[in-house]
Ligand binder design. Structure first.
Ligand SMILES: Nc1ncnc2c1ncn2[C@@H]1O[C@H](COP(=O)(O)OP(=O)(O)OP(=O)(O)O)[C@@H](O)[C@H]1O
Ligand SMILES: [Mg+2]
Length: 284
């Protein structure tokens, strides 16, 4: 739903991950991950708790070093670059952290403008101008600029986190569990803002989540992570048509493993689709 309508033959590969492995001691978390994202494309990685979603994201953004594999950004392998080259590549990234992860001691505008102020060393005036635009983009009044994060609601903090993620007009945006802990209406608002931000910047996105409704709403392409591998990749619209049992079990709610699980499962699956449709309605 996000992909722009360029001729497919002119599409460029933005991110390519090849045979990525990462272990912590004997815990072999990533066991050969492969995927590719084109310009303007939105990938969602679904997976249960502990499946390695955050580890995968941290490897791609450079917070963790993989044991094996390649990560190509615009065709260049970041793992073969020196630190200065890696920093340059990371300037293309924006990140919405799980739980927003704002700096408590900084005002809202300094949080949003952090990269611009402290890394790019732009003037306070210029940064405040950009921050005002970004606040508008995420639907917040610029009167919040001088507030501290503690004075904001959970939903507002997420919006500020999103404004920070898009502040430097990134080419690639990462979203770590963007809707966890929010009420259904706010989930819908954030889903819509993710789609809008990617579209406005013509950026590509990687979202990791266990929220099916978010996945269906923001993804062009969905990948399912289980036991260190992507066991299924397909178009968002193929999610509920797939015969892949792992995906079906996940959609149907992995909590519904009781005696009459198949009845509960089909109800849960319907419910997830209803929630996605409702969110779309509520946020129109
Ligand atoms: N820095 C680390 N050191 C050691 N083990 C780690 C580290 N980070 C993650 N792990 C392990 O890697 C595995 C995957 O963790 P990860 O945080 O990627 O899960 P997740 O899929 O993001 O789960 P959740 O949905 O709960 O956030 C877990 O077994 C975890 O204990
Ligand atoms: Mg995680």
């Amino acid at each position: 739903m996000i992909k722009n309508k360029k001729d497919p033959s002119t599409k460029k590969s933005k991110i390519q991950v090849i045979d990525l492995h990462k272990s912590f001691g004997k815990n072999h978390v990533l066991r050969g991950i492969n995927f590719e994202i084109e310009e303007g494309e939105s990938l969602v990685v679904l997976g249960g708790s502990g499946s390695g979603k955050s580890v995968l994201l941290k490897c791609v953004i450079g917070l963790l070093t993989p044991d094996k594999g390649q990560i190509l950004i615009d065709g260049q392998d970041v793992l073969k670059m020196n630190t200065r080259q890696q920093d340059e590549v990371r300037h293309k990234f924006g990140m919405l952290f799980q739980g927003a992860a704002l700096f408590d001691s900084l005002t809202v505008w300094r949080n949003i403008g952090f990269e611009l102020l402290y890394n790019q060393k732009l003037s306070a005036d210029k940064v405040q101008r950009i921050v005002r635009q970004k606040l508008k983009a995420v639907g917040l009044d610029d009167r919040v600029m001088e507030l501290s994060p503690a004075e904001l609601s959970g939903g507002m903090q997420k919006r500020v986190g999103l404004a920070r993620a898009i502040a430097s007009n990134p080419e690639i945006i990462f979203f770590d569990e963007p809707t966890t802990g929010l009420d259904p209406i706010m989930c819908g608002v954030i889903d819509k803002l993710i789609v809008q931000s990617l579209r406005d910047l013509n950026a590509c996105g990687i979202t990791i989540t266990h929220d099916i409704a978010t996945a269906r709403f923001v993804a062009d392409k969905i990948a399912m992570l289980k036991e260190g591998k992507l066991v299924w990749t397909g178009k968002s619209s193929d999610l509920e048509k797939t015969k892949n049992s792992i995906v079906k079990e996940f959609i149907n709610g992995h909590v519904h493993k009781t005696d009459n699980s198949s009845i509960k499962a089909s109800k849960a699956s319907k419910k997830a689709l209803e929630v996605a449709a409702k969110r779309r309605e509520q946020t129109k």
